[in-house]
Design a binder for this molecule. Structure first.
Ligand SMILES: Cc1cc2nc3c(=O)[nH]c(=O)nc-3n(C[C@H](O)[C@H](O)[C@H](O)COP(=O)(O)O)c2cc1C
Length: 187
């Protein structure tokens, strides 16, 4: 049994990465539940003065507690300018300053979707690098890069129109379940 939370790197309503994230509960193997993490949308820009004078914003602690309580975290994120969207980077920066580091020894899987051909190949490697610093345990393979995503989803309903993409995602979730069994909670 594993309880997973998912974090979408995009804030926009019609987000393709959110469409991917919404598919996850239906593609998860038996015994894995996947729920959306508390939102980072309202976090202020990271500023050490806020942390040091007012302490951490409540939304940071809410997200951090959800990460600590989860058996794993799945990121579904777009690539912005070959890297992470600012809002997601900001949320991870806030989380990274907390004691009892929420990402330490936490199994993490990454996915990205883009209307471009590479499907966000570069953002995932920057995200992985951040997870190295935070001592997370990031699943290596299979990787999920959903290129040309505009043709693979129904913009209006969010339904997936490409069976192969669904199969790849299900394979990653299966691998993630085994990865958590092997490594979950161990540094
Ligand atoms: C600021 C910005 C930078 C972008 N940079 C990239 C990029 O480097 N690589 C890429 O594949 N797409 C890039 N895009 C296009 C996004 O992949 C596209 O807007 C995508 O739909 C965003 O994800 P979402 O649908 O989940 O919101 C960029 C979009 C924005 C707004």
């Amino acid at each position: 049994m594993s309880n997973i939370i998912s974090i979408c790197g995009s804030l926009r309503k019609g987000s393709y990465n959110r469409m991917v994230m919404n598919l996850l509960p239906g593609l998860a193997p038996a015994g894995m539940t996947i729920k959306e993490a508390p939102s980072f949308a309202e976090l202020p820009l990271y500023n050490a003065d806020i942390q040091n004078t007012l302490s951490f914003p409540a939304a940071v602690n809410t997200l951090a507690d959800a990460i600590r309580a989860a058996d794993g975290v799945i990121f579904c994120t777009p690539e912005y300018n070959f890297s992470l969207p600012g809002g997601l980077k900001n949320a991870i920066d806030w989380i990274s300053r907390l004691p009892n580091q929420p990402f330490a020894a936490k199994p993490v899987a990454t996915q990205s979707a883009s209307p471009g051909p590479l499907g966000g190949g570069r953002v995932q490697y920057d995200l992985r690098r951040m997870m190295v610093f935070l001592d997370a345990l990031t699943l290596n393979k299979p990787e999920i890069f959903i290129g040309s995503c505009a043709a693979k989803f129904d913009d209006k309903t969010g339904a997936l129109k490409d069976d192969a993409t669904g199969k790849f995602i299900a394979q990653q979730l299966e691998a993630f379940a085994k990865f958590i069994e092997r490594h979950g909670g161990k540094v």
